[in-house]
Write a protein that binds this ligand. Structure first.
Ligand code: PGA
Length: 216
């Protein structure tokens, strides 16, 4: 199975999500062997669930079960709403102080509620994060310098890192993320160890995202 995950990050109101859906329905999208996932903000997940057939991901999950944790969304609360959850994104590590341990707890919560975690990794914590988790999941290799910079990693290097991750995890799925667009998407997907893409900025524009889908 190949994956294409659009990470909307902290973007899009419900009217904007509606507009995005309207635009993307103009395109013929492939239905086999490509799991297209939208990682949307919590505030638009229900809208997307009701109005589209895309698979959905949350962008965060509480490291705790339901209970007295003000502001947190637990796995129990999003079970059935999403199939996936992105955890450990470098933006969450940088701006919200997430650690390997917290990411491991979030991963555990997701698995407990049958939500597949997509765990983001970068070189400095590749091994330590994988060790802290100890599960075979979906990982996304996202080099910090490539995120939102317009300067993606080379497909060859991304492939080498993906190979390392696979060796450490006995064959997890590995996605690449960082400045993926319609022009370079295919170059990553032809690499042997890359099973999919995590797309930020380019997923916000429905036309560009549709072109990425068609390219891969
Ligand atoms: P980008 O973001 O595609 O905008 O570089 C990727 C990500 O952060 O997941």
């Amino acid at each position: 199975m190949n994956y294409l995950v659009g990470n909307w990050k902290s973007n899009k109101t419900i009217p904007e999500a509606k507009e995005w859906l309207k635009k993307i329905t103009n395109y013929q999208l492939p239905s086999t062997n490509l799991e297209i996932v939208i990682a949307a903000p919590f505030t638009v997940l229900s809208f997307l669930k009701t109005n589209s057939s895309f698979r959905l991901a949350a962008q965060n999950i509480s490291p705790f079960p339901s209970g007295p944790y003000t502001g947190e969304i637990s796995g129990e609360m999003i079970k059935g709403l999403v199939d996936y959850v992105v955890v450990g994104h470098s933006e969450r590590r940088r701006h919200f102080g997430e650690t390997n341990e917290m990411v491991a707890k979030k991963t555990k919560q997701a698995l407990q509620f049958q939500i597949t975690p997509i765990v983001c990794l970068d070189e400095p914590y590749l091994e330590s994060q994988i060790k802290a988790i100890n599960h075979q999941l979906i990982f996304a290799y996202e080099p910090l310098a490539a995120i939102g910079s317009g300067k993606p990693d080379t497909p060859q290097n991304a492939n080498l890192v993906a190979e390392r991750i696979k060796k450490m995890t006995e064959g997890a799925f590995v996605l690449y993320g960082g400045s993926v667009d319609a022009k370079n998407a295919k170059n990553f997907m032809v690499e042997k160890n890359i099973d999919g893409l995590l797309v930020g900025q380019a997923s916000l524009n429905a036309n560009e995202f549709a072109k990425i889908i068609q390219a891969v």
